[in-house]
Design a binder for this molecule. Structure first.
Ligand code: CMP
Length: 134
């Protein structure tokens, strides 16, 4: 059994997709064990995305992630990190496979509806950053 960190991002929240996204997560056999709707503070978003701090899109990313409510979730299941990433689809929705969350609900690379940890190490780090928010 494994855990991963999922964020339903401000674009998907504003567009009313929380329930549709969570139905697809649960239909794939993944359990949502924690869920909290909140607006991220700037310092939390900066820490969370620290690996991108030197990238040209970093300030745009932090501004977007703090622009409105997100839903922060911990997902659980066998091999859930890889399974949830497959369900999300490619980072760029234009490259995402039909039926994936980003194909269905995202509008651009920057506003791509959902986040999911990309490895066991990232999942542990990301859950540790977010766990006191639940
Ligand atoms: P996410 O999976 O949350 O991880 C980092 C995020 O940075 C990514 O989704 C994208 O939303 C965002 N991102 C990646 N590349 C770019 C880019 N070139 N311009 C804007 N945002 C980007």
């Amino acid at each position: 059994m494994e855990n991963t960190l999922c964020i339903i991002k401000p674009d998907a929240v504003k567009n009313g997709h929380i329930e549709d996204i969570n139905k697809k997560i649960e239909a794939s056999g993944i359990e949502i064990i924690k869920s909290k709707r909140l607006t991220l503070q700037k310092d939390t978003a900066e820490e969370f995305y620290a690996e991108h701090s030197e990238r040209p899109f970093f300030s745009e990313l932090v501004d977007f992630m703090t622009s409105g409510d997100c839903v922060i979730q911990i997902l659980q299941g066998d091999d859930v990190i890889a399974r949830y990433r497959e369900l999300m689809g490619a980072t760029n929705p234009n490259e995402a496979v039909d039926g994936t969350l980003r194909k269905l609900f995202a509008s651009s690379l920057g506003e791509n509806a959902v986040h999911g940890s990309d490895s066991k190490q990232s999942a542990e780090r990301e859950i540790a950053i977010m766990k006191n928010l639940f």
